[in-house]
Design a protein around this ligand. Structure first.
Ligand code: SF4
Ligand code: SF4
Ligand code: SF4
Length: 260
């Protein structure tokens, strides 16, 4: 199965926010809602200070905690990306608590986040943010191609930034947004090894098996109840049959008595 991914090259991103505006307009997001958050960051020690851009968005984790906890199937994986069908969202906010990158937000009682421009892409187009980026910091395509391009760019970037590297190849099973970083992840406020929250492990190891157990018990109980009901029904029918035969016999006997 072909999987797709985004390339986000922080060595090229200039923080212009064109992607933010294109995403808001293209997806007709409500005022105050946005799927991409850009901010500037200074790192290093004076006088060797360096500035970089933070580009926070859904990273489309392969092992997506949001998908694992969603009880209604509103969040799901497709083509390697994490989609959201908001019409199925119950507003429980489990995804908000579970995401290791603090991405989903509740808007009007429903989860809200980037869905990878599913409709646009299925219609043969490019995601709004990718189409608009003026510095070629964003790309979209088959994950294999994106990964090769990310490594090529990281290598080129190491001429200026010795710690430049690819982020997202292995983290959380592989991210659907593969990043080229000019520095170590921690220097750019990214966890080197993001973890699924412990509460989710409890959910997967305790709550879900318990739910399955309860479902099994419920099914077994329903089956048993059906067997008992059927047995009772059979006994009742047999009892009525005996009763009817006795009544018929009683109705016939007086005539015989009169004859003798
Ligand atoms: S970044 Fe958060 S919202 Fe996006 S796929 Fe990963 S867990 Fe889900
Ligand atoms: S892929 Fe689409 S929804 Fe996601 S950030 Fe880009 S424009 Fe917004
Ligand atoms: S449009 Fe491109 S260069 Fe501008 S902020 Fe977005 S990713 Fe960065």
């Amino acid at each position: 199965m072909t999987t797709y991914a985004f390339l986000l090259d922080l060595g090229r991103c200039i923080g212009c926010q064109a992607c933010v505006a294109a995403c808001k307009t293209g997806n007709e997001l409500s005022p105050g809602v946005q799927y991409i958050h850009i901010s500037e960051q200074t790192r290093g020690v004076f006088p060797a200070l360096q500035s970089s851009i933070k580009n926070h968005r859904c990273y489309h984790c392969a092992d997506a905690a949001c998908v694992a906890v969603c009880p209604t199937g509103a969040l799901y994986k497709e083509d390697g990306l994490t989609r959201l069908d908001a019409s199925q969202c119950s507003g429980c906010a489990y995804c908000v608590d579970a995401c290791p990158f603090n991405v989903p937000q509740l808007v009007n009682g429903r989860s809200n986040k980037c869905d990878g421009c599913a409709e646009v892409v299925k219609a043969g187009g490019q995601p709004w943010c990718v189409k608009t980026c003026p510095s070629n910091a964003l790309m979209y395509g088959e994950r294999e191609t994106i990964m090769a391009e990310a490594h090529r760019r990281a290598e080129a970037l190491r001429v200026r930034y010795p710690h430049a590297q690819v982020y997202g190849e292995t983290q959380l099973g592989g991210l659907g947004v593969v990043m080229v970083l000019p520095d170590q992840p921690e220097q750019l406020d990214l966890p080197a090894n993001p973890q699924i929250p412990a509460v989710l492990n409890t959910w997967q190891n305790v709550v879900q098996p318990a739910s399955v157990g309860l479902l099994g018990f419920s099914l077994a109980f329903t089956g048993l109840a059906a067997i008992i009901a059927r047995r009772n029904h059979k006994q009742e029918v047999a009892h009525l049959h005996v009763q009817n035969s006795a009544e018929e016999t009683a109705a016939v006997q007086p005539d015989h008595a009169n004859e003798t």
